[in-house]
Design a protein around this ligand. Structure first.
Ligand code: SF4
Length: 211
């Protein structure tokens, strides 16, 4: 498996915000979001090659049992991940952060997909959203400008995404930027009845790697 980094922190986004979590960040992404906060993951050949046993040994160093598999786009390496997930069994609650643009064959191992569809503000070409199991998927939309909501609401309608599984999150990798956008985004969430997700790790650690 090509690994970017493994570190222990708190989940900074989504429904499990605040949970001590082990982050398993995989190398490689097929998208090129203009505001990507982890461009160091793009090149599949960067990072470090690790065996399943080496990864498990690293995971065992930490007391947390919430495992966040992220990237890059972790589904690029899903066959290697399958071996890992089979071996760790039910020892962890497994969250997967994904763009939702690749089909997953890992449903039985994943407790929660945090699907973050990349919309127009990412400047990727129109991306097809794959189907994920409704009972274990939440959708985290990145909002850069107030006008982004129109495209997002079209997607919600097109893919019939349940409103109670939608979170709106401000785009930004600087605390000041996030604070500014959060203020108007919270007002939108109140008005339209969407759940707001902060980016807690950025508020606390800025955009430091391994935090
Ligand atoms: S999908 Fe994620 S890792 Fe890939 S470019 Fe977009 S933000 Fe970066």
């Amino acid at each position: 498996m090509q690994i970017s980094e493994i570190f222990y922190s708190i989940q900074g986004e989504g429904p499990n915000i605040g949970k001590p979590s082990i982050f398993l960040r995989l190398q490689g992404c097929h998208l090129r979001c203009v505001w990507c906060d982890s461009k160091f993951t793009w090149d599949f050949k960067s990072g470090k090659k690790m065996t399943t046993e080496e990864v498990i040994k690293e995971l065992k160093k930490y007391p947390g049992k919430n495992l966040v598999i992220t990237g890059g786009e972790p589904l690029i390496q899903q066959s290697a991940l399958k071996e890992l997930l089979e071996k760790i069994g039910k020892n962890y609650y497994v969250e997967m952060e994904t763009s939702g643009s690749l089909k997953s064959t890992l449903d039985k191992y994943i407790n929660q997909y945090n699907c973050s569809p990349k919309t127009g503000n990412s400047k990727n070409k129109k991306i097809h959203l794959e189907k994920f199991p409704a009972e274990k998927t939440i959708y985290k939309f990145i909002i850069d400008k107030k006008e982004d909501l129109e495209e997002i609401e079209e997607l919600i309608k097109k893919y019939r995404l349940p409103k109670d599984k939608i979170l709106l999150m401000p785009q930004g990798i600087k605390k000041s930027e996030l604070q500014k956008k959060s203020k108007w985004l919270i007002e939108i969430c109140k008005e339209k009845n969407y759940r707001f997700s902060p980016r807690l790790h950025i508020n606390i650690y800025s955009n430091q790697r391994g935090k």
